[in-house]
Design a protein around this ligand. Structure first.
Ligand code: ATP
Ligand code: MG
Length: 253
């Protein structure tokens, strides 16, 4: 690889009492790629995402992002640099429309930019951008709906939209397809697919079929350690993956 990766995790560790949740994790995510992180329940995937996003302090190891060492940087500063995690955000503003919700996220992300404009002009710009984002999320027809009226899958799409509001370089998605029906999963899959080349995605997902279809790179975490990382077809054939993770279910791949 000639370019430094966008995200480089080196020797990252996190212990909870007797449990080594992440164990000497090395991980590289390239700019614009869809990078899936798979592994059994309790493998340490969510812990690793929390360490990368800055919600959990690491015991040791380093995280470099976009040329800087961010190992000890607080979460909101990471977000300002373009590293964001999509959360299942509690619905704080139930009375707001879907459009207003996204406009608020855009304003929070780019407040300084918008404050340079006269208020009316700023609001027009803001809502125009929010509408554009809604179209991208497949929610354009729901822009006037109350946020609480959206279906489960639409809520997840809206949350990804909130994460995209600050034009990030890397988005961390922890099980965005969880609890979705087929149609909703496909819509979310297309949304993630549309980010390729523009925003890097670190995607935790249990649906291995979806993962192998979507991802440019797959990393496999077992007992806190990365046992394989590479192109989907190579990872699929890696005996270490079959032994450590897939076991008798390897035909599922
Ligand atoms: N805050 C915590 N305190 C104590 N132990 C924790 C904490 N968070 C995670 N663990 C433990 O660390 C290990 C890794 O958990 P983690 O949630 O990161 O796994 P995961 O791969 O995300 O699992 P899943 O697929 O079920 O979401 C588990 O043994 C878990 O019980
Ligand atoms: Mg998890």
């Amino acid at each position: 690889m000639t370019h430094a990766p966008l995200l480089q995790v080196t020797g990252l560790n996190k212990r909870f009492g007797g449990v080594l949740a992440t164990d000497r994790v090395d991980l590289r995510v390239a700019a614009g790629e869809i990078h899936a992180l798979i592994g059994p329940n309790g493998a340490g995937k969510t812990t690793l995402v929390s360490q990368i996003a800055g919600q959990l302090a690491s015991d040791s190891g380093t995280v470099h992002f976009d040329g800087s060492d961010i190992t000890r940087m607080v979460t909101h500063r990471r977000a300002r640099r373009g590293l964001v995690r999509s959360f299942q955000v509690t619905r704080l503003f139930k009375s707001m429309s879907v459009l207003e919700h996204l406009a608020l996220a855009l304003q929070a992300a780019g407040g300084r930019t918008f404050s340079a404009w006269r208020p009316v002009r700023a609001a027009t710009l803001l809502f125009g951008r929010a509408q554009g984002l809604l179209e991208r999320l497949g929610l354009a027809s729901k822009s006037g709906w109350g946020v609480e009226q959206l279906s489960h899958g639409e809520q997840r799409a809206r949350e990804v939209g909130m994460a995209l509001a600050g034009s990030p370089k890397l988005v961390l998605l922890d099980e965005p397809l969880a609890g979705m029906g087929l149609q909703e999963s496909e819509a979310m899959g297309s949304l993630i697919d549309s980010l390729r080349g523009e925003v890097a995605v670190l995607l935790i997902e249990h649906d291995v079929e979806a993962v192998f279809r979507l991802a440019d790179t797959v990393s496999v975490l077992v007992s806190g350690h990365v046992v394989a990382s590479g192109k989907p077809d190579d990872v699929r054939r890696d005996p270490a993956v079959a032994d450590a993770y897939l076991g008798s279910s390897q035909e599922a791949l």
